[in-house]
Design a protein around this ligand. Structure first.
Ligand code: ZN
Length: 481
């Protein structure tokens, strides 16, 4: 690696540990995950934001981008030489040096839509695909904004929190460390990942087996997801997709392709807001509506979730677990370097593709020296992020010497696929949890219709151990960092 690149890379890694004030820029561009740590941007006002219009993040644009002055070293994009050994991309993917936020738009792959109602998923006990989803206005909350909390649905889902000890933590200001200095100083006690990378034993943060990459893609389904799916199919790879509810009802056919091709589906909220900034009711609404959209399209309900931007604290954790959703974040080294492909930074014009690829190679280097496998942040929302995945990052891991094993996160955690969904899990904790929720629903129905009350006479919901649910999921996994 050339010296300049090394200098830039070390600056990148320094930046990755600092807490700059740039994340709103990236959020406005649509894919801020992990970006609260960004100090890199000097070109962040790129026009790439226009392509992010469909992103859940567009609604948070009310907060104006902050200035690009950073607390860390700010490498200059133009000083990086083009390495002579850049990998050649497959047909249809531009060369690495051509991938930039201003690049022309390529063609999008057609969604085959071969799976119809009644088709059977590949894992044991999975219910057949339901009747095709038809979007009906008024049946769903407005896309890309936190759903209202006074609906009957949200009030019903709130009952899943009864009997669960939800920490009384005041919501943050936009999940932002710099806007919440007092909370940031108390991040360890709050279990706040955003400011310092604090996790809980219930979080899934790394695959247990060394040299194993738990592959995931966030923020879709998008119009570019099918290109990624075709590539994964060709390479016989599966991944975990953390889907946004607003995108699910927009592109149900793509979600079906993901699921029926053996990829794992997980909840990534309705509007992609930082969850620590929301009230308990709003968090329930974000998770509940996404769960509902996935269930309506696929007939199953995920048992896992990923907080947008990794923005989770003990309150968000408790609510997620109470709703039967185990949090999955991404790996960090003991020194705090996060396993973020930085693909969103290329889409946002904050980093060029060569820098991005070199930072990813650094991740693979880190991955060879840690004692566990790892989970990496990557996106299928933008054409650029899909190009980077299909053209470069996945291939780099597969052709690495020694090679990495690529698996969906549930599989790398040795979680049976059946346990990735409420309807098929044999995990007794989840069953108790779900039964408690259903008992509530029945009770409500019964009280509004006394003549049918005979089946729901439980006076109080079955309680369950909050930290057993995920503990069982993560059994056998040694938490090293
Ligand atoms: Zn996201």
């Amino acid at each position: 690696m050339k010296l300049e690149a090394l200098v830039v890379l070390s600056a990148l890694l320094v930046g990755a540990n600092a807490h700059g004030n740039h994340h709103k820029i990236a959020r406005n561009l649509g894919a801020r995950d992990g970006s609260s740590s960004s100090t890199l941007s000097s070109t962040a006002t790129s026009s790439a934001g226009s392509s992010a219009a469909s992103s859940g993040a567009s609604s948070s644009g009310s907060a104006p981008p902050t200035s690009a002055s950073g607390s860390g070293a700010a490498p200059t994009v133009t000083t990086i030489p083009i390495p002579s050994n850049l990998p050649s991309p497959p047909p249809g993917i531009p060369p690495l040096q051509s991938i930039s936020s201003g690049m022309p738009t390529g063609t999008t792959a057609m969604v085959p839509a071969t799976f119809t109602a009644g088709a059977t998923p590949s894992f044991a006990g999975a219910p057949p695909l339901p009747t095709p989803f038809i979007f009906v206005q008024g049946q769903w909350p407005t896309m890309d904004v936190p759903p209202p909390t006074n609906s009957t649905q949200v009030q019903e889902w709130m009952k899943e929190l009864e009997g669960v000890d939800i920490p009384d933590l005041q919501p943050t200001q936009d999940g932002d460390c710099s806007l919440d200095p007092a909370f940031a100083a108390d991040a360890k006690n709050r279990g706040w990942w955003t400011c310092g990378g604090w996790t809980a034993p219930t979080d899934i943060v790394a695959c247990p087996d060394k040299m194993t990459w738990g592959v995931s893609f966030d923020d879709g389904p998008s119009q570019y997801t099918q290109t990624l799916l075709n590539y994964l199919d060709e390479k016989d790879l599966q991944a975990t997709f953390f889907v946004v509810g607003s995108r699910v009802i927009e592109r149900p056919a793509v979600l079906i392709e993901e699921y029926m091709k053996g990829h794992e589906i997980s909840v990534h909220t309705w509007s992609h807001h930082p969850l620590t900034s929301l009230t308990n009711e709003q968090i329930v609404a974000e998770l509940g509506w996404t769960r509902e959209a996935i269930k309506r399209v696929l007939g199953v309900t995920p048992t896992t979730m990923r907080p947008p931007y990794g923005d989770i604290d003990n309150r968000v954790r408790a609510i997620s677990l109470a709703m039967g959703l185990t949090p999955i974040i991404w790996t960090a080294t003991p020194s705090g370097q996060k396993f973020d492909t930085n693909d969103w930074r290329v889409a946002g014009g904050q980093m060029n593709a060569i820098q991005q690829f070199e930072s990813f190679e650094q991740i693979l280097g880190n991955a060879t020296i840690i004692n566990t496998g790892f989970i990496v942040l990557e996106h299928d929302l933008f054409e650029i992020t899909v190009d980077l995945a299909v053209g470069f990052t996945l291939n780099a891991a597969m052709t690495h010497n020694p090679p990495f094993t690529l698996k969906p996160i549930g599989q790398c955690m040795n979680i049976p696929t059946t346990d990735m969904y409420m309807e098929t899990t044999t995990n007794q904790t989840y069953k108790a949890q779900r039964a408690a929720a259903l008992a509530h629903e029945n009770q409500t129905a019964a009280s509004s219709n006394p003549s049918g009350a005979s089946t729901a006479n439980s006076a109080s919901p079955a309680t369950f151990s909050l930290f057993t649910a995920a503990g069982a999921l993560a059994a056998g996994f040694a938490m090293l960092f």
